[in-house]
Design a binder for this molecule. Structure first.
Ligand code: FAD
Length: 381
């Protein structure tokens, strides 16, 4: 049975999906769904200061600064990149103020609550399975993971905020385009360093990233290409500890008697995008549209910004008032151009930053990133 028709169905209640729901729900009927009942422990907790520009107008910024907030102010980033000398990029001169080290599940739980509070209907754990379109509306087949039954819903417009998997959009556009196969192997340890700064550290076959978490622990992540990472690293805590131990800057954070390391495993971290970020009745936002290398530390900001860019275009168009065909085409064209611009700028920055590290020229990881063909996109099934 097909249930109620929605103006917009949003697949995925991560940062991108929730921001889109919060922006749209006051003006139209929004269904937000996620396959996960609760936000999972996710790597990626450094929120750049510029996020304030999006959170403040939506009335969400106070959550980060209230006295009993679970999130912590970040003072900036320190890096060992291109040289073994420490470089500090602090937020003191940043016109947007300070960034934050988020309690990521708490932040996403807050965004989900806000989406429901402004009128979005939130269903979870509900998985999007497939869709068909009659040219005017999209019929979505969902699976309620809690009740174990199929559901069908109809929507005038679909926003794919399903992360790198792009569960809806991948069926519309075909194979995702990858620039590389970067993966991140991550763990947490107790935090013994009082400095509220993230750390980037280049290594022979990849690079490290670390940041304090608000819960008294510290995240440690090693990034390299999937074919260059030893599989023991993400399966055995001892292998991970041994690798950390070979980098003095990181080893100082480990208590050899009591490392208390919790290995979370491996996640994709490469640069990739959809061949096309939008169609007539749909658009992808956040990682679904294009996913960045964590070196950029911009993933959440990009998720929020693309969601807002799309919602502004949708609200400006007459789509929800008279279903005008030309306005659908205009949204598609304008949004596609915006994503293309973001992607081109990102690609230039990525080349520039990897180019700054020239100490490991014999290593395949760095050779790949310095070679001209690094710009060439791989189309992967
Ligand atoms: C190693 C690493 C470190 C990072 N560090 C940072 C950082 O410090 N700062 C930063 O800003 N960014 C960081 N990022 C990137 C950041 O985490 C992502 O860019 C961000 O999570 C993207 O948000 P999103 O909402 O687009 O997608 P996601 O966070 O992936 O959310 C997608 C949601 O869709 C749901 N979903 C998927 N498929 C379905 C389906 N079929 N049906 C229903 N629901 C579905 C998922 O359950 C999920 O909740 C990092 C990424 C990596 C890999």
């Amino acid at each position: 049975m097909t249930d109620f028709a929605w103006d917009v169905a949003i697949i995925g209640a991560g940062v991108a999906g929730c921001i889109a729901a919060i922006a749209l729900a006051p003006s139209c009927r929004v269904l937000l769904l996620d396959r996960q009942k609760e936000p999972p422990a996710r790597i990626g907790e450094c929120l750049p200061a510029a996020a304030r520009r999006i959170l403040e107008p939506l009335g969400l910024f106070g959550e980060l600064t209230r006295p009993d907030s679970p999130h912590r102010r970040a003072l900036g980033m320190q890096s060992y990149w291109g040289s073994s000398r420490l470089q500090i990029n602090d937020d003191l001169r940043n016109p947007d103020g300070f960034g934050f080290h988020l309690d990521r599940p708490a932040f996403e739980r807050f965004l989900r609550e806000q989406a429901a509070a402004v009128g979005a209907t939130f269903r979870r754990p509900v998985r999007f399975q497939k869709a068909e379109s009659d040219g005017e509306t999209v019929h979505l087949q969902l699976h309620d993971e809690g009740e174990g039954r199929e559901q069908k819903v109809r929507a005038g417009y679909v926003i794919d905020a399903g992360g790198r998997a792009a569960p809806f959009a991948k069926h519309q556009t075909g194979a995702r385009i990858h620039l590389d196969r970067l993966t991140a192997c991550w763990a947490t340890i107790p935090n013994t360093d009082v400095r509220a700064m993230g750390t980037i550290h280049a290594a022979e076959n990849g690079w490290w990233y670390s940041a304090p978490l608000p819960n008294g622990r510290r995240v440690l992540a090693y990034q390299s290409d999937s074919d260059l990472i030893d599989s023991a690293l993400h399966r055995e805590a001892d292998s991970f500890l041994a690798k950390v131990g070979r980098e003095p800057v990181l080893a100082q954070w480990i208590n050899p008697q009591k490392p208390e390391l919790f290995l979370h495993g491996i996640v994709p971290a490469g640069s990739s995008r959809l061949p096309q970020p939008a169609g007539r009745l749909w658009a992808a936002v956040g990682d679904a549209a294009c996913a960045f290398d964590p070196l950029s530390s911009q993933g959440m900001f990009h998720a929020m910004a693309t969601a807002m860019q799309l919602c502004d275009l949708l609200k400006k168009s007459q789509r929800f008032k008279n279903g005008g065909v030309s306005s659908r085409a205009a949204v598609q064209k304008a949004y596609t151009a915006q994503i293309e611009q973001i992607w081109q700028r990102y690609c230039r920055h990525r080349l520039l930053f990897y180019g700054l590290e020239q100490r490991f020229t014999a290593s395949p990881f760095w050779q790949r990133r310095h070679a001209a063909r690094y710009e060439t996109e791989m189309v992967c099934k």
